[in-house]
Write a protein that binds this ligand. Sequence first.
Ligand code: NAD
Ligand code: GLY
Length: 371
Amino acid sequence: MNNAIDTLQTLTVDLGDRSYPIYIGSGLLDQPQLLTPHIPGRQVLVVSNETVAPLYLERILKSLAGFQVATVILPDGEQYKTLATVDTIYTALLEHRFDRSCTLVALGGGVVGDITGFAAATYQRGVHFIQIPTTLLAQVDSSVGGKTGVNHPLGKNMIGAFHQPRCVLADTETLSTLDDRQLSAGVAEVIKYGLIRDAEFFGWLEQHIPELLARDPQQLTYAIERSCRNKAEVVVADERESGQRALLNLGHTFGHAIEAAMGYGAWLHGEAVGTGMLMAADLSHRLGWIGDIDLTRIRTITGLARLPVHTPPELDANEFLKWMAVDKKVQAGQLRLVLLTDIGGSIISDNYDAEKLRKTLDTFHREAQAR
Ligand code: NAD
Ligand code: GLY
C-alpha cells in the first residue's frame, strides 16, 4: 500500500440511495480507483478554472483515461459565478453531444464547485456530478451537501438548486499551492463548525490554528475530517434546509452583505463569513445569550486565524440592513439570523431586539472608521 492510501479517510453522507463518500487524504488526485467507480457513463466534462487547471487538470485527465472527456476552463473569480458562466458549460455539453448519462467533474474551489454543480443540476434536468475541491473552504464546506448555484447582482447565491455529488475527493496536497489569505478564509468555515455545534473542536482550534496556517498536514487532515463529519451530520438531518441546516449559515447574512456591497471578489467569502461570525457573536452578547469570556474567545480566534475583525468602513448600519434584507432566511419580510447561545450552541431566530442589531452594526461601523 502506498502512503496516499495509508492516510485515506472516508466519510459517508448517508442519504439513502443518494449516499456518497467523502475521501480525504494526500495524493488522491492520482488514485483513479477512488474516482472512476463513481462515474456511471462514458462521457465526462471536467470543469476547472484558469488558475487551478494548469496545476492539477493533467492529473485528473490521466485518471480519466478510457472515458470520453471534454474540459471547460472558466475565468477565475467570484464575479464569474453567474448564469452567463453556467451557459458556457451548457454550450460545451451540447457541442460535445453529451447525453443524460454524462458526469460533470468540478475541479477547483467553491466557485467552480457551485457553478458546475448548478450546471449538473439543470442540464437535461439533472446529470451526475463529482466534486474535487482544491481550497480548504471547498474541502470543509462547499463540496459537501449538494448546495449549488450562482450569484445575482442583487443578491449572493440567489439562484440555485440542491443536487448532491456522487463523491467528494479532497486531496489535501492541493492546499500546498493555496495562498495564505485563501487558507485563512477556509479556516473561517472550520471555526464555524466549532461555534455552531462542536465546542470540543473549537477548543482544539484555539490550540491548533497556527499549525493549520503553517499547513501541518496531519492537523489539516484532522480539521477537514472533523469539519466534514459535522457538515455531513447536519446535511443528513436536514438536507433541504427546513431547519437546522440554516445554522451552517452563522455569520453569512452579515458576510453576504459585505460581499455583495463591496462587489463580489473584493472580500473573500471566508473573510466575510469570519467577520460576519464576529458580528453575530457581538449581537448574541448584546442580547445576553453569550458572556464576555465567550465573546473574547471568538474575537481572539478570529484574529489568530488572520481574518478581518473590522467591517469595510464605507458600510454603515443602513447599508448593511439594505443588503441583509436580501437573504434566503428572510420569511414574510422578517430577517432571521443565526445567533449563538454558547460556544458550540446556536439557534436561528427572528426573536431578537432590532435595536440591538442596529447597535452591533453602528459599533462595527464606528470602529472601522476610527482605524
Ligand atoms: P474560490 O473558488 O474563488 O477559490 C479561491 C481562489 O483560490 C481562486 O482564485 C481559485 O482559483 C484559487 N484556487 C483554488 N484551488 C487552488 C489551489 N489548490 N491552489 C492555488 N489556487 C487555488 O473560493 P472558495 O473560497 O474556494 O469558495 C468560495 C465560494 O464557495 C463562494 O462562492 C461561496 O458562496 C461558495 N460556498 C458554497 C457553499 C455550498 O455549500 N455550496 C458553502 C460555502 C461556500
Ligand atoms: N454552507 C451552507 C450549507 O451548506 O448549508
